[in-house]
Design a binder for this molecule. Structure first.
Ligand SMILES: Nc1ncnc2c1ncn2[C@@H]1O[C@H](COP(=O)(O)OP(=O)(O)OP(=O)(O)O)[C@@H](O)[C@H]1O
Length: 291
């Protein structure tokens, strides 16, 4: 199973590229697509979901160009868009039957499959309740349920944790881990902690470009020896912000404790600390955007 993105670009307006020269090879596992708002994550996901066409480049699914033969991918694609809407008056079964019909799926087997999915997503106790009465996390699980109807090999979820409380976020992350295995799961977010514990691969995007695509341990290794702790007086924070890439600030009795990502010690008394993925993310962005 292989999804290959080759030199993909997308231009919405003349001269303005929302995506530029994206190259990625994805195999089974969870890929975290990380980047700030406007980085191009949704644009890329819509192209992969065959909803939008790239202006340049190609995407192949197991060697087949998805532009020429979109159905090869569509029949095994599950997609949860960012702006997923539900019909509030329908209950989960009614909604999923409707979603299945839209996808051309139906029959007796589909009824059984819907019940299995609702059980898997821990929604079996609310089968008769209108979706409008559900919490944000439960609605997102309905969104995932519709994406799983065809037992997809490629599952694309676009910022699924927006609006969820911390507990719901945690549950959603472990749900994706449960669903991984013989699937490619692409999970976009602008929040690092969403993918920190779950992603096998982290692709970082900014301003339409792919800055890096690595195993999280490689990202961490790259920033090893480049994260420092320093203490400065409160009044120096403005200047510090202009001088350094700061990944954390804590106010203590003895002053402001800064966590700084820098190739060399930012001050002679700086103490080296072990890096986090947050540091690694800032390091990639600071280096590659500035380059
Ligand atoms: N339909 C569109 N027409 C014109 N420009 C668009 C369209 N969709 C997105 N863009 C622009 O393309 C760029 C990338 O947007 P995109 O939505 O893909 O980013 P994103 O990383 O998903 O951000 P967000 O988290 O805010 O959705 C942005 O500058 C955005 O304004």
């Amino acid at each position: 199973m292989l999804l290959e993105i080759h030199q993909v670009g997308k231009q919405y307006k003349k001269g303005v590229w929302a995506l530029r020269e994206i190259n990625l090879q994805l195999r089974p596992g969870i890929v975290g697509l990380l980047g700030p708002n406007g980085a191009g994550k949704s644009t890329l996901m819509r192209i992969l979901a065959t909803i939008s066409q790239p202006t340049a480049g190609t995407v192949t699914w197991n060697g087949v160009d998805i532009r020429k033969k979109p159905d090869e991918l569509r029949c095994t694609l599950g997609y949860l868009p960012q702006d997923f809407g539900v019909y509030p008056h329908l209950n989960p079964i009614e909604f999923l039957e409707y979603a299945a019909a839209l996808k051309g799926l139906g029959g007796r087997q589909m009824k059984t499959r819907i019940l299995e999915i609702l059980e898997l997503l821990n929604l079996h106790h609310v089968l008769k309740h209108p979706i409008g009465s559900f919490s944000g996390g439960m609605r997102q699980r309905i969104g995932i349920a519709q994406a799983l109807l065809n037992d997809p090999r490629l599952l694309i979820v676009d910022e699924p944790t927006v609006g969820l409380d911390p507990e719901e976020r945690m549950r959603f992350r472990s749900l994706l881990t449960d669903l991984s295995g013989e699937r490619i799961i692409i999970f976009s977010t602008h929040i690092l902690s969403d993918i920190e514990a779950t992603a096998d691969q982290i692709a970082i995007m900014s301003k339409g470009q792919l800055l890096t695509n690595s195993d999280p341990t490689v990202l961490l290794r790259n920033v090893q020896g480049k994260v420092w702790s320093v203490i400065i007086p409160d009044e120096e924070i403005q200047e510090a912000r202009t001088r350094w890439t700061i990944s954390g600030t804590i106010r203590r009795e003895d002053g402001l404790h800064l966590r700084i990502v820098s190739e060399t010690p930012p001050l002679p008394q700086a103490i080296e600390v072990s890096p986090s993925l947050e540091d690694a993310y800032l390091y990639v962005r600071a280096n590659q955007e500035g380059a």
